[in-house]
Design a protein around this ligand. Structure first.
Ligand code: NDP
Length: 324
């Protein structure tokens, strides 16, 4: 096998221009690891935070944790994956590349019914949607939910899963195109961000919603709190518009005994059993036609910087993938 492959390298923190295509040595599968040929890699907001320095990273590095592809080698001690298997992960290493490594216990078997580009679109946002509505807050049938960025990657998946749960779903979006996508995904009411908290109060006859899922962060935080019913919960899971600054806990008291949780996916994939439970529910829903993953944009590997620009400029819908 050729020992070289193409990979994206982030040389230093900065804008999307710091991502460049390089020839690198194909990594070797160490004990307990799987080497796979990447068919498609998922692009996620966290990689923009790492590239720009919002989250810590050691440079130079190859970004990316999410991908799907075909196993080409397994390390010592790997028993549940073989060469030729189709594999996906949200927790690989350096997936913006033609070849990537994942520890076997973090690898997921891809059902034969799911094409690899769709499989690459599911692990991170799909398992996130799953833990958000099942574990960080358990949504019950009949509850009312506010979900920001309803046409985004997490947004479209979570909307469908919430409707399957028989929740009432109110979303926010920024454009007509995104509104249409959010409605097709099942949203009952689709709002624009301007004065959304007031619109939520009107839609709920002044009660407010049971839970807000907020991945937008800085720009929506205050309105999200103002949208909650007494004893409601804000699940703050991201900061697409910027991170929320330090905040006075007393506001939870005056707002009506509110709760806030600031979860991250890794803490909801604590072991193989939990990871495979979430992944199998997501993959099975797709295989059975009950959940649709929308790939809104595809970029060749060499255009990883353009993929980051698209994500950060909020021009994307659904999933963004890189195809080596
Ligand atoms: P999206 O596909 O939802 O893209 C982000 C969307 O946020 C945009 O399309 C845009 O939709 C909206 N947005 C609002 N304001 C801004 C802004 N100023 N700049 C950019 N976007 C903005 O991304 P993901 O589904 O991948 O992720 C959503 C959020 O969830 C991110 O913050 C991400 O970091 C976080 N996340 C957190 C996880 C966790 O476990 N904690 C796991 C997965 C994701 P619109 O134009 O409609 O407003």
């Amino acid at each position: 096998m050729n020992t070289q492959c193409s990979a994206i390298v982030a040389e230093a923190s900065g804008g999307p221009e710091v991502l460049s295509l390089r020839e690198v040595t194909i990594p070797e599968a160490g004990p307990g690891e799987v080497l796979f040929k990447v068919a498609a890699a998922g692009v996620n907001f966290i990689e923009t935070y790492q590239r720009s320095g919002v989250y810590p990273a050691t440079f130079p590095f190859t970004p990316g944790t999410e991908a799907a592809g075909t196993v080409v080698a397994v390390g010592d001690g790997v028993t549940d994956f073989s060469v030729g298997d189709q594999v996906a992960t949200a927790e690989g290493r350096g997936t913006y590349a033609q070849y990537a490594i994942v520890e076997a216990h973090k690898a997921l078997h891809v059902p034969a019914a799911i094409p690899l580009d769709i499989a690459a679109a599911l692990p991170l946002q799909g398992m996130s949607a799953h833990y958000l509505m099942n574990s960080s807050y358990h949504v019950e049938p009949g509850q009312t939910v506010l979900l920001h960025a309803g046409a985004g990657g997490v947004g479209l998946l979570l909307t469908q899963m919430l409707k399957e749960r028989e929740a009432r779903v109110i979303t926010t979006v920024s454009t007509d195109e995104k509104e249409e996508l959010s409605r097709v995904a099942g949203a009952d009411d689709v709002l624009r961000y301007e004065d959304f908290a007031q619109a939520v109060q009107e839609l709920t006859c002044g009660d407010g919603v049971d839970v807000v899922f907020d991945g937008v962060g800085k720009d929506t935080f205050d309105g999200s709190l103002a949208s909650l019913r007494t004893r409601g919960t804000l699940v703050l899971f991201g900061g697409a518009s910027g991170q929320v600054p330090p905040f006075d806990l007393q506001r939870l008291n005056s707002g009506g005994s509110l709760s806030i949780i600031r979860p991250k996916l890794g803490d909801y994939l604590l072991n193989v059993k939990e990871r495979r439970w979430r992944a199998s529910e997501v993959f099975n829903a797709v295989a059975e036609g009950n959940l649709t993953a929308r790939i809104g944009a595809r970029f060749p590997l060499s255009k990883a910087g353009a993929a980051h620009t698209a994500l950060e400029s909020r021009s994307t819908t659904g999933k963004v993938i890189l195809e080596p």
